[in-house]
Design a protein. Structure first.
Length: 177
């Protein structure tokens, strides 16, 4: 499973151009050329379905996948800098409450624009992680700008023991590093 945030695509882009052999047709949440948008890919041998209880105020795609007979809730989300921390965290709290009431295994992937390297700036996300007992598997900077490194992309999970490793890969397509 992997998600792409800030795709900057809309309905004028045909889904066929985003197909990857060995993966289901990607799940999409389009916006426009000025920002936002999500694509989520799930390997074709992994059963999955879209869950429609996400709110309209948070840019997210929620999926149920089955791995080794275990059901997972996978939430891919993007928090644009223009979205207030309060709005985002209250909407995510709603989504997380639904997820934790139905699933033991949860994975949240996304570009949340809370810098986890700066405790004061990431307090709203840290509080959400504490409330739901989520751990971030990403420990190194995910973005480097003129202002220095930051950790704004996350892989939060309710069950860290089910993951062997996680790391950051620079694919060279970011506006930072």
């Amino acid at each position: 499973v992997f998600g792409v945030a800030e795709t900057k695509i809309d309905e004028s882009f045909k889904t066929e151009q985003f197909l990857i052999p060995g993966y289901h047709t990607p799940f999409r949440k389009d916006r426009n050329a000025h920002g936002g948008g999500l694509l989520v890919y799930v390997r074709s041998d992994i059963p999955c379905r879209n869950i429609k209880w996400s709110t309209t105020k948070v840019e997210s795609i929620t999926l149920e996948i089955t791995l080794n007979k275990k059901k997972w809730c996978v939430i891919t989300t993007y928090k644009p800098p223009s979205t207030t921390d309060t709005l985002f965290t209250s909407e995510m709290e709603f989504i997380c409450e639904k997820a934790t009431s139905l699933y033991e295994n949860i994975l949240i992937l996304g570009d949340l624009n809370f810098d986890l390297l700066k405790p004061v700036k990431s307090r709203p996300l840290s509080d959400l992680m504490d409330i739901f007992s989520f751990n971030n598997m990403i420990k190194e900077p995910t973005y480097v700008s003129n202002f220095g490194p930051s950790l704004i992309d996350v892989a939060l999970t309710s069950n860290r023991d089910l993951f062997l490793k996680s790391h950051v890969i620079d694919i060279g397509s970011s506006d930072g590093h």
